[in-house]
Design a protein around this ligand. Structure first.
Ligand code: C2E
Ligand code: MG
Ligand code: MG
Ligand code: MG
Length: 293
C-alpha cells in the first residue's frame, strides 16, 4: 500500500504496466484454451523452389492463430509469449503433428512428395522426449521420415551445442532431415557447424533484402554458399521478393529459394492447388501466385 502513496507518476506507470500485464495474461489464457481445443492453430505452408529445376521441393510450415476476436494472428505475436509461459512445448508438438498429417495426406492424395519443414523452438530442442514425440508424430501420420525436416535457428543451435548434436544424430539416424534457420544472425561457431548433422543452411532474409544494392550483403551471401557447399550442405535463401534478388542468388549458387517472389505462405487449399498444378518457379513468375492467392 505504501508504495501507492508515492505520487501520481508512479501510479500512472503502475496502471500502464498492469494493463499490459493483464493483456498478456488474457492472451496467455486464450492460448492455453486454444491448445486444448481444435482448429484455432492453423498452418500455412510456404513453398521452397529448386533453382535448377524450378520445381517446388519443399514447404515450410508456419503457424498462425485463428483467434476468435483478433482474427489471424501472426507467430511473432504469440510464439514469444508461448515461449515465456512454457506453452511452446505443447504448441510445438501440435504443429509437428499437424504438419506430418498434412504432408502424409498430400502424398496419399497422389501429389508429388515434397519435404515439409517444421520450426522447433529452443525449448523443444532441449526437451528430453523430443525424439519420442517426433517418432510418434511420424508413426501416427504414416509420413516417411525422409520427408520431414526440422529447423533450428542459428542462435538456438548455440545454446547447448554438444547436447543438440546428440539429439540431431538420433534424429538423423531415424531418417529425419534438419536445417539451420536464420543463418548469419546468430553466433554459429564453424567448429560446431562442421559437426551439426544438418542438410541445409537458410540464409537469413536480412542479407537478401538489400542484396541488389549492398555489395557487402552479396559478398556475405556468396561466402555462406561457398562454406555450405564445401560442407556438403544445401543453401536456401529466405525472403526473396524480387527477380533481381533471385538472379543474384542464383548466380551465387544458391540451391533453393523461398520468398514472396515465388509464393507467400499458403493456406492448405491454396497449397494443394499449387502442388497439383505442378507450378514451377518460372510459371510462378508469370502467374504471380503471391498476388492471386
Ligand atoms: P522463419 O522460420 O524465419 O520463417 C520465415 C518468415 O519469413 C515467415 O514469417 C514468412 O512468412 C516470412 N517470409 C517469407 N518470405 C518472405 C518475403 O519474401 N518477404 C518477407 N517480408 N517475409 C517473408 P512468419 O510466418 O510470420 O513467421 C515468423 C517467424 O515465426 C518464423 O521465422 C519462425 O521463427 C516463427 N515461427 C513460425 N511458425 C513457427 C512454429 O510453428 N514454431 C516456432 N517455434 N516458430 C515458428
Ligand atoms: Mg523457419
Ligand atoms: Mg528463417
Ligand atoms: Mg528469418
Amino acid at each position: 500500500r505504501a508504495i501507492l502513496d508515492q505520487g501520481e507518476g508512479y501510479q500512472l506507470y503502475q496502471s500502464t504496466l498492469s494493463n499490459e500485464a493483464a493483456e498478456r495474461l488474457i492472451l496467455e489464457g486464450e492460448l492455453r484454451l486454444a491448445l486444448q481445443g481444435e482448429g484455432q492453430l492453423v498452418l500455412h505452408y510456404q513453398p521452397q523452389a529448386d533453382l535448377g529445376s524450378g520445381k517446388v521441393v519443399g514447404l515450410e510450415a508456419l503457424v498462425r492463430w485463428n483467434h476468435p476476436r483478433l482474427g489471424l494472428v501472426p507467430p511473432a505475436q504469440f510464439i514469444p509469449l508461448a515461449e515465456s509461459c512454457g506453452l511452446i512445448i505443447k504448441l510445438g508438438e501440435q504443429v509437428l503433428r499437424m504438419a506430418c498429417h498434412q504432408a502424409a495426406a498430400w502424398q496419399r492424395a497422389g501429389l508429388p512428395p515434397v519435404t515439409v519443414a517444421v520450426n522447433l523452438a529452443a525449448a523443444q530442442w532441449s526437451q528430453s522426449n523430443l525424439l519420442a514425440i517426433v517418432k510418434s508424430a511420424l508413426a501416427e501420420s504414416g509420413l516417411d521420415p525422409q520427408w520431414l525436416e526440422l529447423e533450428l535457428t542459428e542462435s538456438t543451435s548455440m545454446h547447448d551445442p554438444s547436447a543438440t548434436i546428440k539429439v540431431m544424430a538420433n534424429l538423423r539416424a531415424m531418417g529425419v532431415h534438419m536445417s539451420i534457420d536464420d543463418f548469419g544472425t546468430g553466433y554459429c561457431n564453424l567448429n560446431y557447424l562442421k559437426r551439426f548433422p544438418v542438410d541445409k543452411l537458410k540464409i537469413d532474409r536480412s542479407f537478401v533484402m538489400e542484396i541488389t544494392t549492398d555489395p557487402d550483403d552479396l559478398a556475405i551471401s556468396r561466402t555462406v554458399v561457398a562454406i555450405a557447399h564445401q560442407l556438403r550442405l544445401e543453401v536456401v535463401a529466405e525472403g526473396v521478393e524480387t527477380e533481381g534478388q533471385l538472379a543474384l542468388l542464383a548466380d551465387a549458387g544458391c540451391d533453393l529459394i523461398q520468398g514472396y517472389f515465388f509464393s507467400r505462405p499458403l493456406a492448405v487449399e491454396a497449397c494443394t492447388a499449387l502442388l497439383s498444378a505442378g507450378t514451377t518457379l518460372s510459371a510462378g513468375r508469370r502467374q504471380r501466385y503471391n498476388r492471386t492467392l
